[in-house]
Design a protein. Structure first.
Length: 344
């Protein structure tokens, strides 16, 4: 009973050596949903699911009702499973105490799973730390964060092989840079691309033509056009983003993130370090491609140009949040400023 990782959880499910309580949280939504599904599959006989499986949306039900079902005995089965999704436990000290007390004497036939799917708990809060400790004592606390780019690429290569297609490691990483690092999205893309490849290789050309681009990849296209001084292409990309109904504030945030990536890489290079060193000091796990793109895009820019660009983005952020000026116009003005800075 402890705080465990994915490998131990996988082993428990495979061997059927279940604990009475699981707290499942972290950055990687696909892994969280996958292991919750695997727990249910192994614990619950579908014939008696109506009696032995209880699922709650935590936002809509009192904790007392959840704990009542968690005290029930299973019918014609070894386990009574109670799954609670996104319960805002940190908001109430009385709920923290009630759940902690219950976990200290949880029935031997109960498996209580608290799953944080959409809701992101504050990992630094005292209340959540107490909950983690209580689950670790009664069962296991499992944090499932994003895998590294290399790990995800291996999974995609394997996934394509199972579907009768060939995907090289380099093209798998390229697909991640195009479609983002959400594993559920990537598996869907591999399924689609494998079908299109008809038993052949999923090439870079196929990815370019068929894969769905994530917002960040489109903003990379925008930044490349800006750095190259290609205003027509930059505005074309911006038009596409607006036609997709992307929120201007979100666009500005992603643009800012791209320039921060470039500034970090540029500073690291000036100090004699590679982009890999940047990844070690900042949270780029699973999105190492962002630093490779930044290395490429910032090659022709100086640190001063990047600082001036970030200042321009910051000024645009203040205006977009505090004035009634048309937000699209503000973004178009920002693109002009960034192009002029890049050409200085």
């Amino acid at each position: 009973m402890a705080e465990i990782g994915e490998n131990i959880l996988k082993k428990q499910i495979k061997e059927g050596s279940f604990k009475n309580a699981y707290l499942i949280f972290g950055e990687e939504n696909y892994l969280k949903e996958f292991y919750v599904s695997r727990l249910k599959e192994k614990l619950i006989d579908k014939t008696f699911e109506a009696f032995n499986f209880h699922s709650f949306d935590g936002k809509d039900i009192p904790l007392d009702d959840i704990l009542k079902d968690a005290q029930m005995l299973p019918m014609m089965s070894e386990w009574n499973m109670v799954l609670v999704r996104d319960y805002p436990i940190e908001k109430s000290q009385s709920d923290v105490k009630a759940l902690t007390d219950f976990l200290s004497d949880i029935p031997d036939t109960t498996v209580l799973v608290f799953w944080y799917d959409v809701l992101e708990p504050d990992l630094k809060s005292a209340r959540f730390k107490n909950i983690r400790k209580a689950f670790a004592s009664a069962g296991d606390s499992v944090q499932l964060d994003r895998r590294s780019e290399n790990e995800v690429a291996k999974l995609l290569v394997s996934g394509a092989k199972k579907r009768g297609a060939v995907l090289t490691s380099d093209n798998a990483k390229y697909l991640i840079s195009v479609s983002g690092n959400d594993m559920k999205t990537l598996y869907n893309e591999v399924d689609k691309l494998s079908h299109f490849a008809v038993g052949g290789e999923i090439t870079k050309e196929i990815i370019d033509n068929m894969a769905t681009k994530c917002l960040q990849a489109r903003v990379y296209d925008l930044s490349k056009a800006v750095v190259a001084g290609n205003s027509s292409l930059a505005y074309s990309v911006l038009d596409t983003l607006f036609s997709m109904k992307e929120e201007p504030i979100v666009l500005l945030s992603v643009i800012g993130g791209v320039y921060v990536d470039m500034y970090r890489v540029k500073c690291a290079k000036t100090a004699g370090f590679a982009y890999d060193d940047v990844a070690k000091h900042f949270n780029y796990r699973g999105r190492e491609f962002a630093l490779r793109n930044a290395t490429r895009d910032c090659a022709s820019l100086s640190e001063l140009q990047l600082r001036n660009s970030i200042d321009a983005i910051f000024d645009a952020d203040i205006k977009i949040k505090s004035t009634a000026v048309d937000k699209r116009l503000l973004l178009e003005e920002l693109i002009i400023k960034l192009i002029l800075i890049a050409q200085e």
